[in-house]
Design a binder for this molecule. Structure first.
Ligand SMILES: [Zn+2]
Length: 122
């Protein structure tokens, strides 16, 4: 899914145009998010630009190298950087709070202020 696509919104059930919006963590922009033009519900995150990956594939083919290992590392790294593993996370029995923004965060949310909480302890 990408901005400008016509989809049926799972939230309002209407045929809608996908809009690209900014994702906020407190007052900071921390990424891009696709939203429904009608009800503004989140529809997911933008796909990686296709031209980018095909260019990389071509380059890999040219060099005769195997990019697979490099590419497969990326999602794991992203996963690690969730607020769940962040040193700024505050312990709370019912919700996840960020010590920087003092607001609730998603466990899998990835933000630019991420600090590895395991590194802090060592
Ligand atoms: Zn909608």
């Amino acid at each position: 899914m990408k901005a400008g696509d016509i989809v049926t919104c799972p939230h309002c059930g209407e045929r809608t145009v996908v809009k690209l919006g900014k994702k906020f963590s407190g007052w900071q922009v921390c990424g891009e998010v696709l939203t429904c033009a009608l009800c503004s519900a989140e529809l997911g995150t933008p796909e990686k630009a296709k031209s980018d990956s095909s260019a990389r594939d071509k380059l890999a083919a040219l060099l005769g190298g195997d990019e697979t290992e490099h590419v497969s590392l990326a999602p794991g790294e992203e996963y690690r950087r969730g607020c769940r593993n962040c040193a700024h996370r505050l312990e709370h029995p019912f919700k996840m709070l960020c010590g920087l923004t003092r607001s609730e965060v998603e466990p899998m949310h990835v933000c630019p202020e991420f600090r590895d909480r395991e590194e802090k302890g060592k």
